[in-house]
Write a protein that binds this ligand. Sequence first.
Ligand code: SAM
Ligand code: SF4
Ligand code: SF4
Length: 382
Amino acid sequence: MTTGKRASIVDSRRIGQMPPAHSGSLQAPTGLLTDLRGRPLRDLRISVTDRCNFRCTYCMPKEIFGKDYNFLPQASLLTFEEITRLSALFLAHGVHKIRLTGGEPLVRKNIEKLVAMLAELRTTEHAPPEITLTTNGSLLAKKARGLKEAGLSRVTVSLDSLDEAVFQAMNDVGFPVAGVLAAIDAAQEAGFERIKVNMVVKRGTNDQEILPMARHFRGTGITLRFIEFMDVGSTNHWRMQEVVSSKEVLARLQAEFPLVALQPTAPGETAERWGYADASGQYDPKLGEVGFISSVTKAFCGTCNRIRLSTEGQLFTCLFATQGWDLRGIMRGGATEEQLSQAIADIWHGRNDRYSELRASLPRKDDDGDGPRRIEMSYIGG
Ligand code: SAM
Ligand code: SF4
Ligand code: SF4
């Protein structure tokens, strides 16, 4: 990696393409959009900021995201009104679930206000959308109650280890484990149910924490999810040797706990579910469940119903995309609701992404590669 002024990642975001101009008459949304592979649109992930108060080594390594790094200026960010306007159009096209992410979504000022605005929207079934948020937990203890009152449905908290030294080395800003555990408690006290904890597993870094984490959360009503270390972005020094497959994690868990496979709760769900079993070998809901997100070893592109809106209003149809569609550009250029709606429909209709399925056969576009850089996870949202 080159050193010096950190403009390279910003430059690599590329200016988005303009959505295809529609020459025919504009179609009213039907809530039934499908892409070229017959996949419906259901899940919208919105990155509300590219900033974060952590420097997780697998996501925003300090040597890249340092003091000199050019984060987006305020004027580039979609406003809450713009996010809400676009979200309403996505809901009309079939989205049921909105996930707020980043960066660290809780560093965006007045995020509760955005949650309240989104909670006013309705799906095609006239129900409020499910609104979820993924956070590193550092600001959650303070904000949990306000978020709940604003209408947030669920929360996912990231925590990679219970061991102080390991966790602080991974978040790289010295944030303590106790701070995240207190945030999870505060979320429970505020009334959040079905809380999830995300643990990214890296071999040689925190894989010894798989069992302690499972022991800690088993029977608490919190679902621990193991995430395979992904080759997202271009700066996290991803190496296949550091990926611990879900299969291996499951085997390590099964050495201590009996687990049974559970059915998905919704089509296109990213995590495979396994439940802790009782002495008779049956799933025991009191012991709860774990999840596995296996984007490296077991691609789930076939049912991928997710679309991502970046902090500055670029629309990405895949987490591993190298280029987005400039929705902000057409919105600020004066597009009508019908034109924006049609642009979204045309983009989804033309979608053919299945990066994880093709991963093995593609050249790796890493730090030293000369191909287009992938978008960073902190920019596009996890
Ligand atoms: N800052 C928030 C957080 O950490 O929860 C939200 C944004 S973060 C990008 C969303 C999720 O992506 C987190 O659970 C994080 O651990 C995960 N993540 C980030 N980089 C990853 C990588 N290279 N591989 C797998 N998961 C990753
Ligand atoms: Fe920040 Fe989340 Fe990325 Fe960690 S994973 S650096 S907390 S955005
Ligand atoms: Fe969806 Fe792209 Fe991930 Fe496949 S690689 S599951 S298409 S985001």
